[in-house]
Design a protein around this ligand. Sequence first.
Ligand code: ZN
Length: 193
Amino acid sequence: MIMPVTHCRLLFVKCRLANKLPAVSGLVDGDEIVQQIREVSSELVLHISAAGFHSLRARRSFTGGEVVCSFSARQDVAHPTYFSLQVDDDRHIELFPEYLQYLNHSCAPSVFLDVVRGLIIALGAIAEGDEITFFYPATEWRMTQAFECQCRTNECLGVIRGAATLPKDVLARYTLAPHVQRKLAARNAVSKS
Ligand SMILES: [Zn+2]
C-alpha cells in the first residue's frame, strides 16, 4: 500500500544522511525524479522518488493472466489499517513479502490480487518498467482511510473509499475478490427489495 508521506520523508532523510543514495541521474518517472531503485525480486523493482514516493515496477514484461508474484499473510490484523489487505469478509492481513505494501492503487490497474490462491496476476500485457498497480476496492469493501486518487487515468474515480460506495456498473469493470462480489450481491439484493 502507499506509505504515508511523513514516513517516506523520514526514510529518505535517513538514507541521505547515511550517504547511501546514488546521485540523481535525471531518471524521471512521470513528474517524479527517481532517487533510488531497489531490486526486490527477480520480477520487481522498487522505485523511490526524491519526494519519497514508492512504486513497484516490472523488471520484465508479463502477458495477461501471467502470475507476477505470489504473496501470503505476514500477519493477520484485528482491524484494517492503511497497509492491510482484506482477504475475506472479516479477515485483514499484512502482506508478505513486505515490499508489497508499496503496491499502489490505480483506477486502471495492471494486476489483480487473487486472495484465495495468494497470487498477483497481470490483467493485461505489462511492459518492463511499467508500474504494478491494483484497484484497492477490488479487495477493500470499506477503506479505513479514504484518499484522493492521483492515478491520472481516464478511468480515475477521484476519492477512493472502498467498494461499498461505488456503483455496481463501475465495479463491473473490475476483477473483484470473492468477498467483495458477495457483499456487492447482498447490497444489490437489498436495494432491489
Ligand atoms: Zn484514479
